[in-house]
Design a protein around this ligand. Structure first.
Ligand code: SF4
Length: 692
């Protein structure tokens, strides 16, 4: 029976997606939620959300949702559990954590979070347990660290022109992103610009995405070659005098040495590396150089390679050459992730006063190496004997899956997972705790792809015995005897403290509106008073030492680095694993409509490559390298370079014929200079597989 809509409430998407949409949620008479739409009156979201979130009721009321705490009663990974009560679960966790800390020291316990929920409280609040207890810390690297490193190298801070200004651009370049599938609102702004001003859209990517299909000009390059393209564009800007020397002199460290270096990076040089023709590169450079109001919307995809940080840096140099940074509708935007811009006082939420800098920091992306006890990954400390994981499905999402699974299956690892579904990771847990979904708790989210703090208040009662992550942190801290001011405060009070401490409205007030716009002034966003670097200049010659410990291998002047996983005779293909439109990492891989629309894991390969390998449309192929191999269906597509293979989406292992998921093939060596995983930087072989 159709339920009556009780009211429509403001909310915010909690997922790991830079769109960070502001939402309108229909709350139904029976306490469930109905349709979810984008907030119409927000000038960034503009009423648009992706289909997977619009049908969120499928996820909240999914029959397989975790509703009660569970204790393992079969072998790890078997999925055999018994129901227990919350107090018993928490008491057991506290007892085991205390015993391990007494025996091996607190650093043997590693609280771990990832981006399953991006809430200021429900994600980062795990530090409220970690810091006072001196448990191992986390270097959060799995998502944007290489991109962040490259941006910081040139620009200096994770800020930039307001992405709403795309509507005022005459040329938009979407570089290494697929917003049609993953950041829908970007395309709304692009569409408005095209309609109002005839704005041209250029898309740079490694395969024909739905965004590429909308482009006026598409540049499909080889994976790992983005910096070469950027350098060659710079070369043309110089040789054809399309650069703004006044701007360069006033705002950047550009000098004769930089110029000489760029003059060696010709379109012919880049043609070989990128797989484009020199003519295509020159045409792009001319259009870019002749359009003062050019806006580059920089994605993350192209930076998830071992040379990704230098690629991001090279791309960010382009508007410095033309002076486009100083124009409304000009410059480049990557991410808003500057604490000062957001202005929240998160000291209580994170118990940041309790941080002990001597406690080791473990790399989130290297969870497999950490759990398998690889020396360097342990940073000289003890083996990890216990974990509390929230918002994380590392068994599917982290690189080097085989290592992760081996580590999670250790009998001497006490694993607690708070989750919404019995994921591959949760199946390895000793205790599973059911987690609330975003409309069942209060939180604040950073609008990473725009400038708004967004608010998601509790709208409905939690299903079953699901509890917020913050409940676990608070109750466990009490049982463990943590003394911290934050423990006396409710979730609402913690969020109020963060907002009021930053001079903003209370949570209740802000949630009524749905967002607070924290946009910088035009001058600050466009760096008109200088870039946020010590010398106030954009850096073509970055000081990589300030960015990360792996600075020694970074190019001294903006450049393409050949230090990435190169194809060779044994591994002639480059594998890229971008997001699927209907999933978000491994989230939504349980929702029936998403699964039906994605229709199973498959590898896209160029018809010429398929012919050479003896593979036909729909047949099974094995792709592999020294890390392992996976079997999946083949789909022929000429929309990529011949040696590029594309596997979209992070499907669970059971979706693959041999029950090994795609990240089995991905390496976990840290991307220099500051870590991250080379998710799109994998050399592989491919062979046909006979039908079973
Ligand atoms: S586009 Fe991204 S932020 Fe917006 S609703 Fe979908 S997942 Fe959430």
């Amino acid at each position: 029976m159709q339920q009556r809509v009780l009211h429509t409430a403001k909310s915010a998407c909690p997922h790991d997606c830079p769109s960070a949409c502001m939402l309108e949620v229909n709350v139904l008479q029976d306490g469930r939620i109905g349709r979810i739409a984008g907030a119409r009156h927000n000038t960034y979201t503009l009423g648009v959300v992706c289909a997977k979130v619009a049908r969120y009721h499928e996820r909240i009321d999914h029959p397989e949702r975790l509703l009660y705490p569970l204790r393992r009663r079969g072998p790890k990974g078997s999925g055999q559990f018994e129901r227990i009560a919350w107090p018993a679960a928490l008491a057991e966790i506290a007892d085991r954590f205390s015993a391990i800390a007494r025996r091996s020291g607190p650093a043997a316990i590693w609280p771990y979070h990832s981006g399953g929920n991006m809430g200021v409280l429900q994600r980062y609040g795990l530090d409220r347990l970690r810091n006072p207890m001196r448990y191992s810390r986390q270097h959060t690297t799995i998502c944007v660290t290489p991109a962040e490193s490259g941006w910081l190298a040139g620009v200096g801070k994770l800020v930039g022109p307001d992405p709403r200004e795309m509507q005022e651009a005459d040329l938009i370049v979407i570089w290494g992103g697929n917003p049609v599938s993953t950041q829908v609102n970007v395309m709304t702004h692009v569409a408005r610009a095209r309609k109002a001003r005839g704005t041209k859209l250029i898309v740079v990517d490694v395969y024909r995405t739905p965004t590429v299909e909308q482009a006026d000009i598409a540049l499909i390059i080889k994976p790992g070659s983005d910096a070469a393209l950027a350098l060659a564009v710079m070369n043309v800007l110089i040789t054809e005098r399309l650069l703004d020397r006044d701007y360069l002199g006033r705002y950047t460290d550009f000098d004769a040495e930089v110029e000489r270096h760029i003059l060696t990076r010709t379109p012919q040089w880049a043609a070989d590396i990128t797989g484009l023709s020199a003519a295509e590169i020159i045409a792009f450079a001319r259009l870019y150089g002749q359009t003062r109001k050019s806006f580059i919307r920089v994605g993350f995809g192209f930076t998830r390679t071992r040379n990704g940080a230098s690629a991001m840096h090279a791309v960010s140099c382009l508007p410095a050459l033309t002076g486009a940074w100083s124009e409304r509708g000009g410059g480049a935007f990557f991410l808003s992730f500057d604490k000062k811009q957001w202005g929240l006082d998160t000291s209580l939420i994170n118990a940041s006063d309790a941080i002990d800098p001597s406690v080791r920091i473990l790399d989130q992306s290297r969870i497999g190496a950490v759990l398998c006890g690889e020396g360097a990954a342990l940073d000289g400390g003890p083996a990890v004997e216990a974990m509390l994981m929230q918002n994380a499905n590392s068994a599917t999402v982290a690189p080097s899956t085989a290592k992760v699974l081996k580590g999670l299956a250790r009998d001497d690892l006490f694993l607690v997972v708070q989750e919404q579904f019995l994921t591959a990771t949760a199946r390895h847990a000793d205790i599973v705790l059911p987690a609330t979904m975003f409309v069942e708790h209060d939180d604040i989210y950073y609008g990473l792809g725009h400038t708004h703090l967004t608010f998601g208040p509790k709208l409905v009662e939690p299903r079953g015995e699901a509890r917020p992550n913050s409940h676990t942190v608070r109750e466990l801290s009490r049982l463990l005897g943590v003394k911290h001011a934050s423990l006396a405060l409710s979730d609402r009070e913690l969020l109020d403290h963060a907002l009021l401490g930053g001079g903003m409205a209370s949570f209740a007030e802000a949630a009524k509106v749905g967002w607070i716009d924290r946009a910088l002034s035009f001058k600050a966003a466009h760096f008109l008073d200088g870039f946020p670097q010590p010398d106030a200049r954009f850096h073509f010659k970055p000081d990589w030492r300030r960015v990360g410990p792996g600075h020694g291998v970074m190019p001294r002047i903006a450049d393409w680095s050949s230090r990435y996983e190169r194809a060779d005779a044994r591994h002639p293909y480059k594998l890229v694993c971008p997001p699927a439109r209907n999933f978000l990492n491994s989230t939504f891989s349980q929702t029936p409509t998403s699964v039906a629309k994605e229709a199973g894991p498959c590898v896209r390969l160029h018809p010429r490559a398929a012919r050479r390998a003896g593979v036909s449309e729909g047949s099974q192929v094995r792709i592999g390298n020294d890390r392992g191999s996976v079997v999946l269906g083949a789909r022929l597509d000429a929309g990529q370079q011949e040696a590029t293979l594309i596997v979209e989406g992070i499907w669970p292992a059971e979706a693959f014929r041999e029950r090994r998921a795609i990240n089995t093939l991905i390496g976990d060596d840290p991307v220099p200079p500051n870590g991250g995983a080379g998710f799109h930087d994998t050399a592989v072989w491919l062979e046909p597989v006979a039908c079973p």
